[in-house]
Design a protein around this ligand. Structure first.
Ligand SMILES: Nc1nc2c(c(=O)[nH]1)N[C@H]1C(S)=C(S)[C@@H](COP(=O)(O)OP(=O)(O)OC[C@H]3O[C@@H](n4cnc5c(=O)[nH]c(N)nc54)[C@H](O)[C@@H]3O)O[C@H]1N2
Ligand SMILES: Nc1nc2c(c(=O)[nH]1)N[C@H]1C(S)=C(S)[C@@H](COP(=O)(O)OP(=O)(O)OC[C@H]3O[C@@H](n4cnc5c(=O)[nH]c(N)nc54)[C@H](O)[C@@H]3O)O[C@H]1N2
Ligand SMILES: [Mo]
Length: 659
């Protein structure tokens, strides 16, 4: 039997897959050949998904903590015991502190609309209680907010249109690692490709040209490039007059970014900036492929806001194959409020930011967080400021429930662990964020042991707590019907995927001057906001690993073997100045924390920059990862995280190794 499913992982591609089932067992899992993005191929990680599904390491029954928080020692209990204990603890907390003391912390482990983050699975239950809201700020919010200021939508161009581009700026993203299916449309074009990345990534190596600016300076580069376009008289005056607001003011700001000033800010040679500006001025259509990496900085939201102005100056927004693609999420029209049912909230409640876990668990009051549900998230490995996150999770008076597949760093802090189903074991709907397809996921096999889906877990918990709201007991099928009202569900289910029509971009006039930004307390004019991590030291970028998906797969033996030891790459100049040789054991530290790694000395990074990857498990990495050095500080817009705006000091671990 072949069953159509959807990859739930946090990747732009949103693949459609086919599960081969024999005697009730999943024996094969392949990319769907009919899906125009997947084209029959998965990726180096998901090729091992069945190993994960059938792994002996999976959590298959509920457990109660017996050791200290963080130790990871548990005893098996029944679902009845688990639900009974959770219900009793929640009732006590609600009575003493109010329901806002409960924080459902959803991560990006599953992007499912029924079981995962996108639909905030279980949110109905938490709304009925009146629990705090959760803002998933960790990934893309700064950029999304910045784009909305300029474009009125974060939707952007259909990435399939990259095939029509003549010049593609691959800006602050490494798609050959972070979503290789989308790259095919770049490959299908005859465009000249320019990678703009402080690191010479896999993707940069395949581009015609690579510019390596200092991290966090992209908006200045964009302004400098626009100035060259204007100096050549290549701006699209008709587009500017008809489709934009605030051009005169913005033009004045752009003119401040002379090639010399731009070079000084970005650390790029004047000639390279001028050459790229001239190329943009003379090439239509020009498009920008950008994604989340570029906005993990203090000025990350402004960077996207300003980058989206460039196709406005050149008029590319009006040309197929021109424009900018960041995320397509804004183009999907789902009934999210009907799914999450915020109308069930008994009263308005506060919102807690995902990236501020340390602060939320350690510093806030009124009420303090007393119960934490971690759903498809691994904050010990993924969140900024690992030390403070651990400190918060170690609080004896905090009741923590973790719904998981595997015994992660975060599971180690749980009071109760609940065994969760994986994607081939439950029903779900996915919408890609790097293309315009939604994908249906039909359950293919029965779950192992006592695993339950997120939805079923909260239906049972609602029953245990005697909650009477009928919507809390809707089946997964009913939830899918509610979510997809207005879409052809039968066709989606039969064919496995469906393409949606993108909305207009820009949505209304392009706003060089944004009253919405002004109202939110920001500069009304698009511009440049510099990086903010104080101090000297190198800027450490920790981008996507080729072999892990955030912390998912972080314990898969084969992927760990292929990922090798944790390395930090330094430029030969910086390595020499620090007395560090290739292959030497190093400690990477700042005021927040430190972690151990191996030095890789290479000109793949520009001077002043060091590079590692995200996603390693702390307990498999000597107890700490790069996230112990990252600040729990907000980016400019929306409360985004600043993972790549991180200054560190690097020293050889063995003092004898200093040359
Ligand atoms: N294999 C794999 N794929 C993934 C993931 C994974 O962990 N592994 N994660 C998924 C998730 S959750 C997301 S959000 C996406 C993210 O995917 P991407 O948007 O590609 O984000 P990152 O990997 O954070 O960074 C991409 C590139 O940005 C560069 N960069 C960092 N700072 C700057 C800057 O200031 N300016 C410029 N120009 N470049 C900069 C980095 O060097 C890096 O090469 O990928 C998804 N895909
Ligand atoms: N240093 C550094 N850190 C980063 C980043 C960076 O660029 N640099 N990027 C950040 C980004 S972009 C993101 S999106 C975050 C992601 O961070 P998280 O939200 O923590 O995502 P994952 O690490 O993938 O962890 C998800 C967990 O969900 C579990 N899971 C998967 N599916 C299900 C399910 O259906 N049910 C349940 N109950 N559990 C499930 C998996 O087993 C996994 O352990 O990490 C961030 N961390
Ligand atoms: Mo992400």
């Amino acid at each position: 039997m072949k069953v159509l499913g959807a990859c739930p992982l946090d990747c732009p591609d949103g693949c459609s897959w086919v599960v081969d089932v024999e005697d009730g067992v999943a024996v094969g899992l392949r990319g769907n050949k009919a899906h125009p993005i997947t084209r029959g191929a998965l990726c180096v990680k998901v090729n091992r998904y069945l190993e994960q599904l059938n792994s002996g390491e999976r959590i298959t029954y509920p457990m109660r903590r017996v050791g200290k928080k963080g130790e990871g020692r548990f005893e098996r209990i029944s679902w009845d015991e688990a639900l009974g204990e959770i219900a009793a603890r929640l009732s006590g907390i609600i009575e003493e502190h109010g329901a806002e003391a409960i924080w459902p912390f959803h991560g990006t482990g599953s992007l499912g609309y029924i079981q995962g983050l996108e639909g905030f699975s279980g949110r109905r239950f938490f709304n009925a209680l009146g629990a705090s809201l959760h803002d998933p700020t960790i990934c893309s919010i700064a950029g999304t907010t910045g784009l909305k200021y300029t474009l009125g939508t974060s939707g952007g161009m259909d990435p399939e249109d990259f095939a029509k581009s003549k010049l593609i700026l691959v800006w602050g993203t490494n798609p050959l690692t972070s979503g290789h299916h989308g790259w095919k449309f770049v490959q299908d074009s005859d465009a000249y490709t320019v990678a703009i990345d402080p690191v010479r990534t896999r993707t940069a190596e395949r581009c015609d040209e690579h510019l390596a600016p200092l991290p966090g300076t992209d908006a200045a580069l964009a302004l400098g490039l626009m100035r060259i376009v204007i100096s050549m008289g290549a701006q699209d005056d008709a587009f500017l007059a008809e489709h934009t607001d605030g051009w005169d003011e913005f033009r004045s700001r752009v003119m401040e970014y002379t090639p010399e000033r731009t070079a000084e800010i970005t650390g790029l040679p004047v000639e390279r900036i001028v050459a790229l500006g001239e190329r943009i001025a003379t090439t239509r259509p020009t498009s920008i492929r950008v994604s989340q990496g570029i906005q993990r900085h203090a000025g990350g939201g402004m960077a996207l806001r300003t980058l989206a102005c460039l196709p406005g100056v050149t008029g590319d927004w009006a040309i197929p194959g021109g424009g900018l693609h960041y995320s397509t999420s804004g183009h999907f029209k789902f009934n999210l409020s009907e799914l999450a049912r915020y109308d069930l909230l008994p009263n308005p409640v506060r919102t807690l930011s995902m990236t501020r876990m340390g602060e939320a668990l350690l510093d806030i009051d009124g009420p303090p967080v007393k119960a934490l549900f971690v759903i498809a998230a691994n904050p010990v490995a993924s969140n900024p400021d690992q030390r403070r996150v651990r400190e918060g999770l170690a609080r004896e008076d905090l009741f923590t429930v973790v719904l998981e597949h595997f015994p992660t760093d975060t599971v180690d802090y749980a009071d109760i662990v609940l065994p969760a189903t994986m994607q081939p074991e439950h029903l779900d709907v996915i919408a890609a964020y790097g293309n315009l397809y939604m994908v249906w996921n039909e359950p293919a096999v029965t779950p192992p042991g006592e695993c339950l889906s997120t939805t079923e877990t909260f239906r049972r918990l609602a029953r245990t707590m005697n909650l009477t709201e009928p919507a809390l007991y809707d089946s997964d099928e009913e939830l899918a019907q509610q979510l997809l009202k207005g879409h052809d569900i039968d066709r989606l289910r039969a064919e496995g995927f469906l393409k949606v029509e993108p909305g207009p971009v820009p949505n209304g006039k392009l706003q060089f001057v944004s009253w919405r930004a002004e109202k939110a307390g920001h500069d009304p004019l698009a511009g440049y906001t510099p990086p903010a991590d104080p101090g000297d030291g190198l800027v450490l970028i920790s981008a996507a690993s080729h072999f892990f998906l955030n912390s998912t797969f972080g314990a898969n033996p084969e992927l760990r073997r292929r990922a090798g030891e944790s390395t930090v790459t330094l430029h030969p100049q910086d390595a020499a100045a620090l007395g560090i040789a290739d292959g030497v054991a190093i400690t990477v530290a700042n005021a927040r924390g430190s972690f151990d790694a191996i030095a890789a000395v290479s000109d793949a990074v520009r001077p002043g920059v060091a590079a590692t990857t995200k996603g390693r498990w702390a307990k498999l990495s000597g107890g700490a990862t790069v996230n112990s050095t990252i600040a729990e500080r907000d980016a400019d817009f929306g409360g985004g995280a600043v993972f790549h705006d991180n200054r560190v000091h690097i020293t050889p671990r063995d003092p004898a190794m200093v040359r």
